[in-house]
Each structure stands twice: as structure tokens, then as C-alpha cells.
Design a protein around this ligand. Structure first.
Ligand code: ADP
Ligand code: MG
Length: 703
């Protein structure tokens, strides 16, 4: 690989631009801007067109425009607010200029008979279109006819900024950075093949950057703000390509690692299957086969098993675990919450104990002697299966012979944690296989970019006999009716959930609210047996309540969103969700997935607090209209964006400077193709792309 030229603009400090003192540098650093290259990649949020005069007749509401004309009327209104109203006429029409603050000097400039040029946003006033507090300047008589006087030569960029850096400063900074770019041959090397740019009708990197900072007057503002201008797409393409290449390299590097080869007859698996009261679905069988094929390889599996709520992922995990155990390896299964981990523990003990397999437990609350015993047992390689929470990641947890790690992610774990168990592999040189299970259906194009380093299996089928959940939205003013409905269902022998939501992050407050709701429901429904679970209960109490509910000893379970993941009680067929408008669609889908697991018709009541926002109404409608996790995920993406949906917003992963996974999806197939071609024929360009867009502080690099 050729060394990068020392002159590349990511190495050139800001101070070299001139006019950047330590204070400005510090402020820029807050925006992640450290080099001249960072300045060039800091793109405007939007643009204003100050390159031409717009005839008043052509103005529409919402436009930002420059107009020029004569003041033909001036008036001071003393209504609710004192204001100066001016009528400006340019021969094509009349526009009102409105000022709430004005000095005598201003009134002189804006006196009747004077010509002015104004820039501002057009809005509909009471009588005509207006500009409120436009920027303006007087135009002297003699310049009349010289239409370009004072006009800009390119669209005016408006940059995202931080306190203390004005737009003028940004324009100066980018102006100087563009100068440097022009002069330096090596500044930002073109890394994409010329044929590709030709074929896709994309500009070169240098051109794209120049256009984005200083769009020529004829540039369509619409295409710039929609992000489909070729200059914009060019950069988005390059950035997505860099990530794609990074993920591919990481996958390739993984293939170079040794993994324990899992050779087994499958007798444990067969035994479990024989003991089940149902057959595996086709989809479950296919995904199990995909996993087993991976386990037989001598490089580590990295597979994402995606399946909608209730698609039966747990059994898929169990089949994989049994295969590894039969081959003599240890398996670790990790869940994002203690409640969910406990449920896995129950399921696995139920399935595996008859097969003579011991199942261990490790959570952060496992302490003292108990913990020591488990750790020793694990380190000696004697405990075949351990289930727990992130406590399994801790550095003093060592495995004698770890062969497979299963993460029931449910999008609670950051992607970065995937790797944390890697070093705990069977023998120092070996990396365990990894299986990640997720219930969030990720649209294909998104999966291609977000999870390009993983192999993907989709459980695209629900077990037979599931009936779709009927969902209604009701205002909480009808709470009494809803309570009555719960009573009616429970009297018929069915069970129900009552889910309390609270925006507060605090578990304590959530618990309090759930306790209060539970008390009220007990009052309103004295005949029902009501239980309560929330995050602040002791695990043993929680466990006991859950078990009681599972065994039908409770009719109604009042819960916080802790039950969102995994809880499985087929006889529960009614769910009330309070204030569903506070939750994301994916979360609602997860919650609702707790019902509709048995044969009977199930119902979900979304009991919202009016008034609903437009967005809130739209989201509840989505929930009423479909039970399809894919449709819901798609809507969720549209409404909240991929950072939220993939759960990577907080960790800063999958955050792009320019690209937007939703908007730029259409680029993905081409990016896939180019990633391969570039890695094949220009590996040093591929490496330089990663350097430019990802740097070296990134998970992809040494994952
Ligand atoms: P999820 O994919 O949401 O984790 P689970 O693994 O919890 O789903 O399975 C949901 C329920 O479906 C469980 O009660 C499980 O026993 C049951 N189940 C799983 N596979 C099948 C199948 N092939 N046929 C019938 N029921 C199944
Ligand atoms: Mg599950």
C-alpha cells in the first residue's frame, strides 16, 4: 500500500488557514473539525439564492428571495405591537415589508420614493405577501440598470454551526479551504475510478466539494435540499462506499481467524426436537441449517438471525447451542435485560435438563461465593452453557473452552459490544462463533449497509395457529370502558397485560407510576388477581410474579415496559398500553408481540392521552393497520431515522457525515459492486477511502 502523501488535507491543521485563532479552533473542535479536510466536508445545511432579483409577481410563500423596488407607501401601525409597514413596488407587483423595531435613521432609508433591495423570507400577511425584518440596503439612483450590483455569484451557503461562529466566518473559512484545495495536487485525491464517475454522471471529488460550498446560480435549490444533486450524491456515495469497504475488510479479517470447528452428530438436537410438542417451522429449520454450516467451518461465524416477534428464535438458538455442546464446547447466551435472561434460563433449563445438560446463570447481582463457584466452573470448562446479562462480558469471566456466543440483542446492545466476548475464545488463538438474534426487521438495503460484516438469516415465518392481534386506539377518557373490558376478558379465563409507560428515564419513577396504576386497578377490579412487575423489584419477586402469571395464577399483570422483550405467556390475549404515543413503533410492536401467541383472538388497546400530534396519530394508525414487523420497521425508519431504529444513535455508530441510509438506499446495489471491484483492483484506494471517511478510531478497522 502506498503511503499517503504528507500533504493530504486531513493532516493540514486549521490554523494554517489564517484567521483561525485558538478560540475558533476550540469551537470548531467541538463540531469535530480539526483539519482543512474537515472544513471541506462540513457541508451547508441549506442555501439561499442571492444571485438574482426575483420579480415580486413571482414570489411564493416560503421563498427566500432578493427583491428590489421603490417604497411607495409607509405607515406606522399601533396595534398589539407597534410596527412599521412599507409597501414596495417593482413594476410587477407589491410587497409589504414589516418591521417591529425601527430607528429614525432606518425610517429615512426606507422613506417613500427611495429604492431598496431586500432579502428575506416571504410569508402570507393579512393583506398581501410580506417580508418581516428583511435584510435591506438602499440602492442609489445611478446604479439603476446595473442588475448585478451587490448580487452574489453563487448560492449562499448556510452552515450548521455552533455558538460563536457566524455564517460570515464559515464563508471565510470555506473560501480559504477551497483555495487550499485548488492549489494542492494531493489535497483530496480522487479515489473513485473515472469510468464509474462517467457511468453514474457524478462529478469528481474536487468539483463536488466546490459545488456544494458554492453552488453556481443555476443550481436547483430543491435538488440540493433533497440531497439528490449529483454533487451531493457523489459524496454520499463515497462515504457509504468507505463504510462498506470497512465492513468487508473486517469480515475478511475475521475469516483469517481460527475458530473451533463444531463437529457433532446432532443427537442432542434430535432429542430436543423429539421432546417438543410441535414441529419446527420451515424457516426455523432453514436458519438452523445455515448456522450449522457455519459452525463446521474453521473460521468464526458472525451471523445475524432476524425474526419477527414470536417467530421462535429461542429454539433456533437452542439448536445451535446443543450442537456446540455436543461437540464439547461451551456456549454463552446473553440477553439485554435480566428479565429476558431469566426467561431464557427457564426455557433452556426446561429443554436441556432432561438431556442431562447443566445450565448456569450469571448476572450482575450474582455475587460472592456463588459467583466464584460459577467462574471456577466456567474456567475449568465444565459448565456447558451459561446464560446471563452483560455481566458475562466482565474481564474476570474466563472460559475453558468457549465455542459459541449467542446474543439475544433485541437492539438493546450496541453493535460494538458484539466483539467483547471474542477474546474469551477456546484457546488463545481461537475466536468463538457468534450468533446475534434480533427482532427488529431491518429493510434489506439498510441491512446491507449496517450489517455488511454479518451474514444474515431471516426467520420469515411465524409458527402456525397464530392469530393476528386486533389493535384499537382509544382516548384515555374512556378508561372505565377499558377497565371493564379487562374484567370481561379475565372472567372468561383469559389473561391480560396492562403496560404503564413513562417518559422519565428513571426506573424509580416508572416503578412508582406502575405501583399507583396497580393500586387503582386493584380497587376497580376487586375480583381479579393482579400482579405487578417493574425494574425495581428484586429478581426473585419478579421471577415469582412472572411465574404466577405464566401458570395462570394471576389474571392481570401490570408492568412497565420491562416486559417489552421476550416474555412468553400464550394464554394472555389482551394488552392495554397506556400512553402509547410516547413509544417508538418498534417498541410498540415488541410489546404487542406479547399477545397473539396462543390460539385465541387477541386484542391490543392503545390508550392514548389526547390531543395527539399529527405524527402521533400517524404512528398509532400504523399500529392499527398492520401486524407486519417489516412494514412497521419501514415506517419507523421514515419517522425516526435509522440511527434510532438500529439503536446506534447513542453509540455514534452508523452515523454518517453526509450519507443518510434512508435517503441514499438506492445507491446501495452500486456500492456493493464497486466495493468488490475496488478491493480487487485498487486496494490502496480502498484503504485511503477508509482513512478519509472513517479514520482509525473505528470498530470496523480491527473488528
Ligand atoms: P421470539 O422469536 O420472539 O424470541 P420465541 O422463541 O419466544 O419467539 O417463541 C415464541 C413462542 O412460540 C414460544 O412459546 C415458543 O415455544 C413457540 N414456538 C417456537 N417455535 C414454534 C413452532 N415451530 N411451532 C409452534 N410454536 C413454536
Ligand atoms: Mg425472543
Amino acid at each position: 500500500m502506498s503511503r499517503q502523501h504528507p500533504d493530504t488535507l486531513d493532516q493540514v491543521p486549521l490554523q494554517s488557514l489564517g484567521g483561525v485563532g485558538p478560540r475558533t479552533a476550540e469551537r470548531l473542535a467541538k463540531l469535530g473539525i480539526h483539519s482543512v479536510q474537515d472544513i471541506l466536508l462540513h457541508l451547508p445545511l441549506r442555501y439561499q439564492d442571492r444571485t438574482r432579483l426575483t420579480p415580486v409577481r413571482d414570489l411564493r410563500e416560503g421563498d427566500q428571495a432578493v427583491v428590489e423596488g421603490e417604497i411607495i407607501d409607509a405607515d406606522i401601525r399601533v396595534g398589539r405591537r407597534r410596527s412599521l409597514l412599507l409597501a414596495l413596488a417593482d413594476g410587477s407587483g407589491q410587497l409589504t415589508l414589516r418591521f417591529f423595531h425601527f430607528s429614525t435613521a432606518q425610517r429615512q432609508t426606507l422613506a417613500i420614493g427611495n429604492r431598496v433591495r431586500c432579502f428575506g423570507e416571504v410569508r402570507q400577511g393579512p393583506n398581501s405577501l410580506e417580508m418581516v425584518h428583511p435584510e435591506y440596503r438602499a440602492i442609489a439612483e445611478e446604479t439603476e440598470g446595473d442588475g448585478d450590483f451587490g448580487m452574489e455569484e453563487s448560492l449562499t451557503p448556510i452552515y450548521p454551526t455552533t455558538e460563536g461562529i457566524h455564517q460570515i466566518a464559515w464563508r471565510n473559512l470555506t473560501e480559504r479551504a477551497l483555495e487550499v484545495l485548488k492549489k494542492s495536487a494531493w489535497g483530496m485525491r480522487e479515489l473513485l475510478p473515472a469510468e464509474l464517475l462517467d457511468e453514474m454522471a457524478l462529478p469528481t471529488l474536487g468539483e463536488a466539494i466546490r459545488i456544494l460550498h458554492r453552488p453556481p446560480p443555476d443550481t436547483s435549490l430543491q435538488s440540493m435540499s433533497d440531497g439528490d444533486h449529483p454533487a451531493f450524491r457523489r459524496l454520499a456515495f463515497e462515504e457509504l462506499l468507505a463504510h462498506q469497504i470497512g465492513l468487508r475488510l473486517s469480515r475478511k479479517r475475521r475469516r483469517g481467524h481460527q475458530a473451533p470447528v463444531v463437529h457433532a452428530q446432532g443427537s442432542l438436537r434430535q432429542a430436543l426436537r423429539a421432546a417438543l410438542p410441535f414441529d419446527l417451522t420451515q424457516a426455523q429449520q432453514r436458519v438452523i441449517a445455515e448456522i450449522l454450516a457455519d459452525l463446521r467451518q474453521d473460521h468464526p461465524m458472525m451471523r445475524l438471525a432476524q425474526g419477527d416477534v414470536g417467530s421462535g428464535k429461542t429454539l433456533v438458538a437452542a439448536a445451535a447451542a446443543l450442537e456446540a455442546i455436543e461437540a464439547g464446547y461451551q456456549v454463552a447466551l446473553m440477553a439485554p435485560t435480566e428479565l429476558l435472561a431469566e426467561q431464557h434460563l427457564r426455557n433452556f433449563r426446561h429443554w436441556l435438563t432432561p438431556l442431562g445438560i447443566e445450565v448456569g446463570w450469571l448476572a450482575s447481582r450474582t455475587k460472592g461465593k456463588e459467583r466464584e463457584a460459577i467462574l471456577a466452573h466456567l474456567e475449568a470448562g465444565e459448565l456447558p452453557l451459561i446464560i446471563g446479562t452483560h455481566a458475562l462480558f466482565q474481564s474476570d469471566v474466563e472460559f475453558g473452552n468457549l465455542g459459541l456466543v449467542i446474543v439475544d440483542e433485541q437492539h438493546r446492545f450496541g453493535v460494538h459490544q458484539r466483539m467483547a466476548l471474542r477474546d474469551k475464545g477456546a484457546g488463545a488463538q481461537r475466536v468463538p462463533h457468534q450468533l446475534i438474534m434480533t427482532a427488529t426487521p431491518i429493510p434489506r438495503t439498510l441491512a446491507m449497509s449496517a450489517y455488511a460484516d454479518l451474514d444474515l438469516s431471516v426467520i420469515n415465518e411465524l409458527p402456525p395457529g397464530r392469530t393476528p392481534v386486533t389493535t384499537v386506539a382509544l382516548s384515555d377518557s374512556r378508561r372505565d370502558e377499558v377497565i371493564e373490558r379487562v374484567r370481561a376478558a379475565c372472567v372468561e379465563g383469559r389473561q391480560a397485560y396492562w403496560v404503564c409507560t413513562l417518559i422519565e428515564e428513571s426506573e424509580a419513577l416508572q416503578a412508582q407510576a406502575a405501583e399507583e396504576t396497580c393500586r387503582q386497578l386493584q380497587e376497580g377490579l376487586p375480583d381479579l388477581r393482579i400482579g405487578l412487575v417493574h425494574g425495581r423489584l428484586k429478581p426473585a419477586d419478579k421471577e415469582q410474579t412472572m411465574r404466577a402469571f405464566q401458570e395462570g395464577e394471576l389474571d392481570l399483570l401490570v408492568a412497565t415496559t420491562v416486559i417489552e422483550v421476550g416474555v412468553d405467556v400464550p394464554n394472555a390475549s389482551l394488552m392495554i398500553i397506556e400512553n402509547p404515543e410516547r413509544l417508538g413503533l418498534a417498541q410498540l410492536h415488541q410489546l404487542r408481540g406479547r399477545v397473539g401467541r396462543g390460539g385465541q383472538l387477541s386484542h391490543c388497546v392503545l390508550m392514548y392521552h389526547p390531543p395527539l400530534s399529527q405524527n402521533g396519530r400517524e404512528r398509532l394508525n400504523v399500529m392499527r393497520q398492520t401486524n407486519d414487523g417489516f412494514v412497521i420497521a419501514r415506517k419507523d425508519l421514515e419517522i425516526r431515522g435509522p440511527g434510532e431504529v438500529l439503536g446506534t444513535r447513542q453509540t455514534g455508530e452508523m452515523q454518517f457525515r453526509i450519507a443518510d441510509l434512508m435517503r441514499d438506499q438506492a445507491l446501495m446495489p452500486e456500492i456493493q459492486r464497486i466495493a468488490d471491484a475496488l478491493l480487487e483492483s485498487h486496494p490502496d484506494n480502498a484503504a485511503a477511502l477508509i482513512g478519509r471517511w472513517i479514520g482509525d478510531n473505528h470498530r470496523y478497522i480491527d473488528a
